[in-house]
Design a protein around this ligand. Structure first.
Ligand code: UD1
Length: 348
């Protein structure tokens, strides 16, 4: 019997990682191993994955900044087909306040992972990048060839540096290939309502803050800036359902495994192509939930770009991928998850 093909998912207990595991578990012939230190998640994520899929995955609690421990862990798996590297810090405002934390964690974990790809001859690698690498741009939508702009936050800078590291490493290694996935704004939860975004502390991102405000956890949402040069004064983003993002990871890994990639490193924008303002997102939430959200317009947030949305033609053509969910469906699924949390908080 051939050895099982293993896919390593770092940050598998996190928001996008867990949804990706759920999608990957429907592919035959792969064993999923998650590595997570629970810095912004808990072990209960794995119970939720099991509840949704009926499958239990292997998991290790460890900090991948610890190279020796990571090496010991990965050596247990003799046939690793690929790594999907999610694990990273991801808060824009936190990165502005504590840049060294971000440079240390996001870069060390990445170089450790690549070092082990080299040592253990792991051939395929997917890196979680971000549309924040583009900064504030002159022309929208952005394509993959839009050059990096000025990084508006240390978080964004770690993604620019991370992409360069992956590219340079890939170039240097025979038999190694990579995909860089630039996420726009992943939101929403699994269609069952049993998995979603669960920040351990006060959420920084818009949609969990909307749903937690609606649930009464916070009295009011502040819209960060109402005087931008946009159609209603609030910032524009490209919100994309987390399950669409998850599906793109599975397709990107298969693209590499089946040798469909045309260059050693391929970059894909993962967005819907629709620019949505903060106020439009709030109004969509109000429509699907039937609730009135308590919000006010406040000052701008440092590190924010004004407007960004994707041209996703490359991903749709090369990966045969198409986002399925619209804004209302994203908001409804996020609300379904929040309502689930309210019923069974201890399980989450
Ligand atoms: C940023 C990155 C994104 C990354 C994400 C990780 C950019 C353009 N995007 O998303 O690639 O994946 O961080 O966390 O840098 N907002 C409010 N009130 C709130 C919270 C947010 O008005 O309480 C607004 C923000 O100002 C922004 C929008 O909502 O305009 C979305 O913010 P957020 O969800 O935090 O994501 P980004 O900062 O866009």
């Amino acid at each position: 019997m051939p050895a099982t093909n293993t896919i390593i998912i770092t940050g598998g207990a996190g928001y996008i990682g867990s949804h990706t595991i759920i999608e990957f578990l429907s592919v035959e012939g792969y064993e999923i191993v998650s590595i997570d230190n629970f810095s912004n998640s808990t072990e209960n994520t794995y119970k939720r994955i099991q509840e949704i899929t009926g499958k239990q995955i292997k998991q290790h609690q460890l900090d991948i900044c610890n190279l020796d421990l990571l090496r010991q862990t990965l050596k247990q798996y003799p046939n690793i087909s690929g790594v999907i590297h999610f694990a990273a810090y991801k808060s824009v405002p936190e990165s502005v306040a504590q840049p060294l934390l971000y440079y240390h964690n996001n870069i060390t974990s990445l170089t450790n992972m690549l070092q082990l790809c080299q040592e253990l001859k792991i051939p395929n690698f997917i890196f979680s990048s971000s549309c924040s690498v583009y900064g504030n741009v002159d022309h929208l939508p952005v394509t993959e060839s839009t050059p990096f702009g000025h990084a508006e936050s240390p978080y964004a800078h770690t993604k620019q540096i991370g992409e360069d590291i992956v590219r340079n490493f890939t170039k240097s290694q025979d038999g190694f290939q990579s995909v860089l996935l630039r996420y726009f704004n992943p939101v929403g939860g699994h269609e069952t309502g049993l998995n979603g975004e669960l920040p351990r502390n006060r959420p920084n991102n818009l949609v969990p803050f909307i749903t937690q405000t609606a649930a009464g956890i916070f009295p009011k949402l502040t819209v960060f800036g109402g005087d931008y040069d946009t159609r209603d004064g609030s910032c524009i983003r490209d919100y994309i359902h987390v399950s669409d993002i998850a599906e793109a990871h599975v397709k990107a890994m298969m693209y590499l495994i089946h040798g469909k990639n045309k260059s050693k490193t391929t970059v894909f924008n993962l967005g819907t192509g629709n620019g949505v303002t903060v106020l439009e997102a709030i109004h969509s939430f109000e429509k699907v939930s039937g609730l009135k959200l308590n919000y006010e317009i406040g000052p701008r947030r440092e590190g924010d770009v004004i407007a960004i949305y994707a041209n996703n033609n490359l991903a749709t053509a090369e990966l045969n991928w198409k986002p399925k969910h619209n804004l209302d469906s994203m908001m409804l699924s996020a609300w379904k998850w929040q309502q689930h949390l309210a019923k069974e908080p201890l399980q989450c």
